[in-house]
Design a protein around this ligand. Structure first.
Ligand code: TMP
Length: 206
C-alpha cells in the first residue's frame, strides 16, 4: 500500500506520517517512511537546492523538472522496490505537491508534469492520500518558528499559500476516492486517530 501526506506549510504532515509509521510498526506492518523532495541520497541533495535561497532563484519549469528528477530517483530506488517487496510506503509529499505548487500555483504545463510522472511510475497513484488542511497564516507561523534553513517556499507571499490550500482542496475533490481531508486545527492525537480509523478500513489493525 502506498500512502501519501499532502498539505501546505506547517500543517503537521511530518508529525502525522511519523506517528502513523510507529503505529503500523507496532501493529506488525512492514513500513518505509520517506519524504519528498528527498528520500534517497541524490534526491536529498536536490532537496537542498530546491528549498534554500530566494523564491525566484529557479524558474517554475526548471523547478518542476528538478522535483521530477528527484522523484525519479526516489521512485526507482526506494518506493517501487519497497512496494514490490510488499511493504507499506508512507511518503511525506509526492506528485500531488508538484501538481499544486508547480502546476496550479506557478502555471507549469500540467501535460508536462503528468507525462513525465506517468513515464516514471507507469501512472501508479497513491492508494490513500491524507490532506491536512489548515489556514495558511497558522501553518506559515508554525513553519517559520522552526529553526530551519529550508524556507524558500515559506518566503512566498500569503496569496501563494492561499492558492496552495485551494489547489489541494481541488485535488481532494477530483480524486475523492483516494483522498481524506483532515482538519489541521484539531490536535495531533485527534488527527492521528482519524487516520488510524480510516486505515482500519484497509488493514486489520490494533
Ligand atoms: P516540506 O518538506 O517542509 O513540506 O517542504 C517541501 C517544500 O517543497 C514545500 O514548500 C512544498 C514544495 N514542493 C513542491 O513545490 N513541489 C513538489 O513536488 C514537492 C514534493 C514539494
Amino acid at each position: 500500500m502506498f500512502i501519501t501526506f499532502e498539505g501546505g506549510e506547517g500543517t503537521g504532515k511530518s508529525v502525522q506520517a511519523s506517528l502513523l509509521k510507529d503505529f503500523l510498526i507496532s501493529s506488525g506492518v512492514d513500513v518505509v517512511l520517506t519524504r519528498e523532495p528527498g528520500g534517497t541520497t541524490f534526491a536529498e541533495e536536490i532537496r537542498k537546492i530546491l528549498l534554500t535561497g530566494e523564491p525566484e532563484k529557479i524558474s517554475p519549469l526548471t523547478e518542476a523538472l528538478m522535483y521530477l528528477v528527484a522523484r525519479t530517483d526516489h521512485w526507482e530506488r526506494k518506493i517501487k522496490p519497497a512496494l514490490n517487496a510488499g511493504k507499506v510506503v508512507i511518503s511525506d509529499r509526492f506528485q500531488d505537491s508538484s501538481v499544486v505548487y508547480q502546476g496550479l500555483c506557478k502555471g507549469v504545463d500540467m501535460n508536462v508534469l503528468n507525462a513525465v510522472y506517468s513515464s516514471i511510475t507507469n501512472n501508479q497513484m497513491p492508494d490513500r492520500t491524507y490532506l491536512i488542511d489548515l489556514e495558511p497564516e497558522i501553518g506559515l507561523a508554525r513553519s517559520l518558528s522552526r529553526n530551519n534553513s529550508e524556507t524558500r517556499f515559506e518566503k512566498m507571499d500569503i496569496s501563494f499559500h492561499r492558492k496552495v490550500r485551494e489547489g489541494f482542496l481541488e485535488l481532494s475533490h477530483k480524486y475523492a476516492d483516494r483522498y481524506l481531508v483532515l482538519d489541521g486545527s484539531l490536535s495531533i492525537p485527534e488527527i492521528q486517530e482519524l487516520i488510524r480509523d480510516d486505515l482500519s478500513n484497509f488493514y486489520q489493525l490494533r
